[in-house]
Design a protein around this ligand. Structure first.
Ligand code: OGA
Ligand code: NI
Length: 368
């Protein structure tokens, strides 16, 4: 029987505290979105433009060509994408098509479990600091909740992952993390190299050595126009790799310089079978003194089908200092961000509701 939520608190308890998630709410048979999920118009993703077929967001970059005569063009395509939209897609990235399929199935298996099997990983009760299951981004802080459930798995080493990550999805998640990490390392070398800087192995590893795999589940939504799957935000990472299924819904906000005076517009990053989505995060924007764009993005919900996405966040180690690379700041005539330890940046970011790219203000050097 559909539960009756006579007040906002019992709904919050059911979805957030008891771990039923948005999925539990939808499975209970609701036919309209509860008040608590209704976003103010300013938070919805409305003015959307389809990316044209020949736009680089819809034409994946073939990474196998890095090893052939087209090497320079591929490097240029990667750099240009990171400098403009902050998002691009890649194929021949080293993660097999079969693994991508099994990974989506693994995520489906995780969320298909009864609520109490998932609820063991809720914040504060999870038996392990490496796994967290939940809903929305910061439910306690948010006026309107996101239409999304997730499980987050922090990587420290193989032993911890094998021991603590959920059995139903750990093998696939671990394999994905490992294979995609090789590609991320290569992309980072290209992007840093383009800035005229060479970093040694240990610095490169420290910049992306803190890895988290998330599995996101966006249930069918009866009133998609009123809700959001993920609110507008930028990632804290250096680079994020994301696998999405064929449903679609990931949108990037076009920056003012692309828009040329037009109002806010959002462009879809369309699903491409076998491709992975790559985006630059705040840490890369900071490191590059603003040359690479950590794009603001978000997810729309749909009434047609539930959606799965699986990002890997490649983050700096907590004690790593993040600031503009000295050579780049010098060429640019000054650093536009101050240097902070990554864990300071992280503590400022989490615990707040999603607020677009506001997180970067924390390190912005104020103009006199
Ligand atoms: C995220 C995110 C996008 C998606 O988890 O940070 O932006 O398509 N996800 O699920
Ligand atoms: Ni994101």
């Amino acid at each position: 029987m559909a539960p009756t939520f006579d007040d906002g608190n019992s709904l919050f308890d059911f979805v957030v505290k008891d771990g039923n998630g948005v999925k539990g709410l939808v499975d209970s048979g609701i036919t309209k979105v509860p008040e608590r999920f209704i976003q103010p118009p300013s938070e919805r993703i409305e003015k959307v433009v389809q990316s044209s077929k020949d736009h680089f967001a819809s034409v994946p970059i073939d990474l196998s060509k890095l090893d052939g005569p087209d090497h320079d063009q591929v490097v240029e395509a990667i750099v240009r994408a990171a400098e403009t939209l902050g998002f691009f897609q890649v194929i021949n990235h080293g993660v097999s098509f079969d693994l991508l399929e099994s990974l989506k199935n693994a995520a489906q298996r995780f969320f298909a479990q009864p609520a109490d099997a998932k609820a063991v990983y809720l914040k504060r009760v999870s038996p392990s600091p490496f796994v967290k299951y939940g809903t929305s981004f910061a439910p306690e802080q948010e006026k309107a909740l996101e239409w999304k459930d997730f499980v987050s798995m922090v990587y420290t080493n193989d032993g911890d992952a094998q021991q603590h990550w959920p059995k139903v999805c750990k093998e696939e998640a671990l394999e994905y993390l490992k294979l995609s990490s090789k590609m991320v390392r290569r992309l980072l070398e290209i992007l840093i190299g383009n800035l005229g800087v060479t970093l040694d192995d240990s610095r490169l590893e420290s910049l992306i050595g803190n890895k988290i795999v998330n599995m996101n589940f966006y249930p069918i939504c009866p009133n998609p126009e009123l809700t959001i799957g993920v609110g507008r935000h930028s990632d804290m990472s250096i680079l994020t790799v994301l696998l999405q299924d064929n449903v679609g819904g990931l949108y990037v906000k076009l920056e003012e310089d692309i828009l040329d005076g037009r109002k806010e517009e959002w462009m879809e990053i369309p699903p491409i079978p076998g491709a992975l989505v790559i985006n630059a995060g705040d840490s890369l924007q900071i490191l590059s003194n603003g040359r690479y764009k950590s794009a603001e993005h978000g997810v729309r919900t749909t009434s047609k089908k539930s959606r799965i996405s699986i990002p890997v966040f490649n983050l700096p180690r907590p004690t790593e200092k993040i600031g503009p690379l000295p050579h780049v700041a010098e060429v640019d005539g000054g650093a536009v961000y101050r240097e902070v330890m990554f864990q300071e940046y992280m503590s400022n970011h989490v615990g707040h509701a999603h607020e677009g790219k506001k997180s970067l203000d924390f390190v912005k050097v104020k103009a006199n």
